[in-house]
Design a protein around this ligand. Structure first.
Ligand code: HEC
Ligand code: HEC
Ligand code: HEC
Length: 354
């Protein structure tokens, strides 16, 4: 017994010395050019595959990926946040990703064999020691548009469709230099036409400024806007806030829910409030005006966006500027039915009645 223990102790010391020689003596060759020993890529990739399959959320968590605006928003985010490594449908990768180890696969290859719930996990968590980044936000519901896009690539999206979805509009005279990038999603006048992307033409400049700073430093959680706001300088953000803040609010609503009763119920709640819910119009208008310049306008905003944001507020997951706590309180007692009604009513109001 003692001999066995002595042998184990000697082996342990040799192991530690060997490890120290590798770490401190520089014996391990970290060269990416030299690559891995034969068999190692197989082991790494098999480990990766099985790790994802074990941890991915269940398939029942996958929302309707064909909902209006999903694929388009996902393609636009991919263009700014992923294309640099994975290339776009119909494009060759540029030189750098092809000399990374492991190299980021071309996107048409990367999506093969994965189910939507697994793609969500990969984009959310990233892949350690490979260069594949994790989602830069705590909130993960906004990964689904990216998954919808990856799903469309799997189904064979062609280069022309991708190019149309990610078109950067021409910069109008006098507009900030960074505008075409933002306008890919928000359009040059702030009216996106996509129900998942809020319109900006209705917002006061002060609200836009504080919101963009909150996205940039992560106080307002959004994987999509955190990437967008950190791609330009703070001075650019202030110019962009001034640009969108000076657009005339288009009186035509973005979307109107076809349910008069629901809209009317929302109107009563928004204007009168209840014991638990304050009157929304006292801070947001319309007609009575905004209580402060840093407060957002809601009249004519996209109904899908309003609903998503109210759910985030109620869950305590929506950050913002210095007055965000007021709104967190206002939303804490809303029911799902209240949220549906309030969103429907505000979306149906004319942006001209601020
Ligand atoms: C800095 C480069 C980089 C960026 C940016 C990047 N990736 Fe990756 N990605 C990688 C690398 C490297 C791998 C390979 C990981 C491996 O095989 O171990 C990978 C793997 C993947 C895979 C799994 C592919 C497989 O091997 O089965 C998917 C899907 C993917 N990325 C999607 C995305 C999406 C969507 C984005 C943007 C939100 C993104 N990636 C951003 C480098 C990147
Ligand atoms: C890939 C698409 C995309 C790009 C590019 C993009 N945005 Fe956004 N933007 C969004 C989405 C989606 C939201 C909603 C995010 C959320 O849930 O908080 C948003 C929200 C916003 C808001 C908040 C509006 C509100 O009512 O609170 C502002 C302001 C904004 N974006 C400005 C910009 C500016 C300025 C740029 C360029 C630097 C930009 N965006 C680039 C998609 C985009
Ligand atoms: C005491 C004032 C106050 C009241 C009452 C109030 N809000 Fe707010 N609300 C705010 C402030 C301030 C913000 C902006 C916080 C930030 O992002 O910095 C906000 C933000 C919002 C947003 C996000 C808008 C966007 O463009 O992202 C929605 C949606 C909203 N409120 C809906 C409501 C509804 C519905 C009610 C009524 C139940 C309500 N609010 C009551 C102050 C208020």
């Amino acid at each position: 017994m003692r001999r066995v223990l002595q042998t184990l102790a000697v082996l342990a010391v040799l192991g530690i010395l060997g490890g120290a020689a590798v770490v401190f003596g520089g014996l391990y060759n970290v060269s990416a050019r030299a690559g891995h020993f034969p068999g190692v890529p197989f082991i790494l990739h098999t480990t990766f595959n099985n790790s994802v399959k074990l941890r991915a959320p269940s398939e029942s968590t996958v929302p309707d990926l064909s909902a209006d605006g999903m694929v388009a928003l996902g393609a636009k985010h991919f263009d700014g946040g992923c294309k640099v490594c994975h290339a776009a449908p119909g494009q060759e990768r540029w030189a750098i990703p092809t000399v990374m180890v492991p190299h980021p696969p071309h996107i048409t290859e990367a999506v093969q064999d994965w189910h939507p719930n697994e793609l969500h996990w990969i984009v959310d968590e990233g892949v350690k020691m490979s260069g594949m980044p994790y989602w830069p936000a705590t909130r993960t519901d906004d990964i689904w548009p990216v998954v919808a896009f990856l799903n469309a690539v799997q189904a064979g999206m062609d280069a022309k469709t991708y190019a149309d979805l990610t078109l950067h509009p021409v910069r109008p005279d006098g507009a900030p230099d960074a505008l075409p990038y933002c306008a890919m999603c928000h359009n040059t006048d702030g009216r996106s036409g996509n129900p998942l992307i809020p319109r900006l033409d209705i917002q006061p400049q002060a609200y836009l400024e504080q919101t963009l700073l909150a996205y940039a430093d992560g106080t307002r959680d959004s994987g999509i806007m955190h990437v967008a706001a950190s791609r330009v300088t703070e001075a650019d953000l202030m110019e962009l806030a001034a640009w969108f803040g000076s657009q005339d609010a288009d009186p035509v609503a973005m979307s109107v829910v076809d349910d008069r009763d629901l809209i009317d119920r929302g109107g009563v709640l928004a204007v009168q409030g209840t014991q638990d819910v304050p009157a929304c119009t006292s801070c947001h208008g319309p007609k009575s005006g905004l209580r402060a310049a840093g407060f957002p306008r809601l009249a004519g905003q996209s109904v899908v966006y309003l609903k998503d944001q109210l759910h985030l507020w109620r869950a305590g997951m929506r950050g913002g500027g210095p007055k965000a706590n007021l709104m967190r309180k206002a939303a804490q007692d809303l029911t799902d039915a209240d949220i549906a009604a309030l969103s429907a009513w505000y979306a149906a109001q004319s942006a001209a009645d601020q």
